[in-house]
Write a protein that binds this ligand. Structure first.
Ligand code: HXC
Length: 510
């Protein structure tokens, strides 16, 4: 008996060494942690239960039968984050560069399937050279199984990818199919075609970092949702994000004790909106003042900064926030902001996370660049996402809500449940100048008349009261009491029951 136990210990110790001490040292020398070290930081202490530690690949080509390390380059299993269940896999770069074989893929699909069955999120820590070259089509088929499960799990359990090393070629499509991608600065990259191939095919000379590093994907391509300085920071932030998310589409949003009363008022909000309507202010201040303890987990902070998206808690429960940011492009919606907002709204709706929308939008960004970019279709994504959402929707208009952008930003007619406006709100087809120039074109040479028309227009339309008279706004509220009003609205809506006609699925303007 003792011999058998000893053999188990030996086999475990061997498996834990992955590709061996030399390769572990090389991983450390690059500032990267090993797969197991990463999991121990991601999960609660002693909570990790490993599966398939002794799985080995079955290929024999290229002398592979002589090199069959236990675990086959990926560590899989489940554990907890602050006591809540989560399934995980972490690719081990020390074993064949974390490349994906048939059996490596099977280990991943096993935890994906368990995550769906048991209703818990799955987090993948990616650090891989892609398909295991020695296995050919078997590796490609393995990837396809992983993609297929990513698609099945979409909207069933939250899926999070953390890129902590290379992610190249078709392998990028597994993270791309998940809900969130985070990257580690300077040690991770994602691209379909690497710099060497680019140079040969297109003569373009670019570094891996420029082509697919964290900065590129968080500021230019929007492939990634956030970037962190090192493995430790990334894993700590993933724990923070995880605490906001429900375990699955079958479970409620997490609730945690809160010491921040919903009665808290903030008089500074009464003067947040400057007197001059063309002067910007920071909408993030309103978000953090509304949030429990000012805690705001922002998604895609460095991309399309004219819209803010992220998670807060109200009375201990998660709420998604979508807010125009007047500090950037005056808060205009454009293609990038619409894609960012639309995707976030759909995530919240899929997982029953209520949405708070804060509106200060002068319209869609005009210009050929935007029209050629397909802003019509991209704008429709955000419109569609809000319109199909059945979660509780609360909207607060702080200042401008003009034209098509008013229609997009969760107004009542699109299905929002409770719509408030600050006294500074201006709800109209367009701003006064543009409106008067169209309505009174013949009098443009007469400044006094134009001034009188402008004043008249401003009094009639550039306030929330016309909309409130017609019930498009439920109430005009004091800025200082926004947190209280919003908390009470969401508590009213907690048992919202929305009816939608049967369909297989809609046709989101992709
Ligand atoms: C098998 C691989 C491998 C792979 C790396 N290794 N990638 N083994 N299959 N795909 C092995 C190396 O042979 C080496 O083994 C060890 O991992 C570490 O690799 P190094 O090259 O020494 O490390 P580094 O210099 O850091 O370079 C890492 C790398 C490079 C940039 C990832 O290895 C690389 O370019 N690999 C190939 C990437 C690639 O083209 N993959 C296919 C992508 S297409 P030893 O024994 O020497 O330590 C794809 C299709 C998916 O994935 C399609 C899905 C439908």
């Amino acid at each position: 008996m003792n011999d058998i136990l000893e053999e188990l210990q030996q086999r475990r110790a061997q498996a834990r060494l992955g590709g061996g001490q030399k390769r572990i040292d090389s991983q450390h020398a690059r500032g990267k942690l090993t797969a197991r070290e990463r999991l121990s930081l991601l999960l609660d202490p002693d909570s990790f239960e490993e599966f398939d530690m002794f799985v080995r690949h079955r290929s024999s080509d290229f002398g592979m039968d002589a090199n069959r390390p236990a675990g086959d380059g990926v560590v899989t299993g489940w554990g907890t984050i602050n006591g809540r269940k989560v399934f995980v896999f972490a690719q081990d770069f020390t074993v064949f560069g974390g490349s994906l074989s048939e059996t490596h893929a099977r280990k991943i699909t096993k935890v994906q399937e368990m995550a769906m069955k048991h209703g818990a999120p799955i987090i993948g820590l990616q650090d891989s050279g892609g398909a295991r070259i020695q296995e050919g089509v078997a590796a490609l088929a393995g990837y396809t199984d992983v993609f297929s499960n990513n698609i099945k799990a979409s909207g069933v359990v939250p899926q999070i990818s953390v890129i902590m090393g290379p992610s190249a070629g078709g392998a990028v499509y597994s993270p791309a199919l998940t809900d969130f991608i985070f990257m580690v600065r300077d040690s991770s990259y994602m691209f379909l075609t690497g710099p060497d191939v680019l140079k040969t095919v297109t003569n373009e000379v670019v570094t891996a970092e420029e082509l697919g590093g964290a900065k590129t994907h968080t500021t230019k391509s929007s492939v990634a949702d956030g970037a962190y300085d090192n493995d430790m920071e990334a894993l700590a932030e993933i724990r923070r994000l995880f605490d906001f998310l429900p375990l699955s589409n079958r479970g409620p949003v997490p609730e945690r004790p809160v010491f921040d009363t919903h009665e808290r008022i903030d008089t500074a909000m009464d003067t947040l909106v400057p007197e001059n309507p063309n002067v910007p202010y920071d909408m993030a201040e309103l978000v953090t003042t509304i949030a429990d303890e000012g805690d705001f987990f922002e998604i895609q902070r460095d991309f399309a900064k004219n819209i803010l998206c992220g998670f807060i808690r109200l009375e201990g429960r998660t709420v998604g926030v979508v807010a125009n940011q007047p500090m950037v492009l005056a808060g205009c919606l454009d293609s990038a902001a619409s894609r960012k907002g639309g995707r976030f709204v759909r995530f919240c709706d899929a997982f029953d996370i209520p949405i708070l929308t804060l509106v200060d939008v002068p319209g869609f960004l005009p210009g050929t660049a935007e029209e050629y970019n397909g802003v019509i279709k991209h704008g429709a994504k955000l419109l569609y996402a809000f319109g199909e959402a059945t979660v509780p929707l609360v909207t607060v208009i702080t200042r401008k809500a003009y034209g098509g952008a008013y229609c997009v930003m969760a107004p009542k007619n699109l299905g929002a449940d409770v719509n408030y406006a600050w006294p500074t709100a201006q709800i109209a087809v367009m701003g006064a100048k543009g409106a008067v120039e169209i309505l009174h074109r013949k009098e443009l040479g007469e400044p006094d008349k134009i001034a009188a028309h402008t004043k008249d227009y401003e009094e009639k339309f550039l306030s929330p009261f016309r909309a409130a008279e017609r019930g498009y706004i439920d109430e005009v509220i004091q800025p200082r009491s926004t947190r209280r009003r919003v908390c009470r609205a969401f508590s009213l809506l907690a048992d919202k029951d929305a009816d939608t006609p049967w369909k297989k699925h809609g046709n989101l303007p992709l």
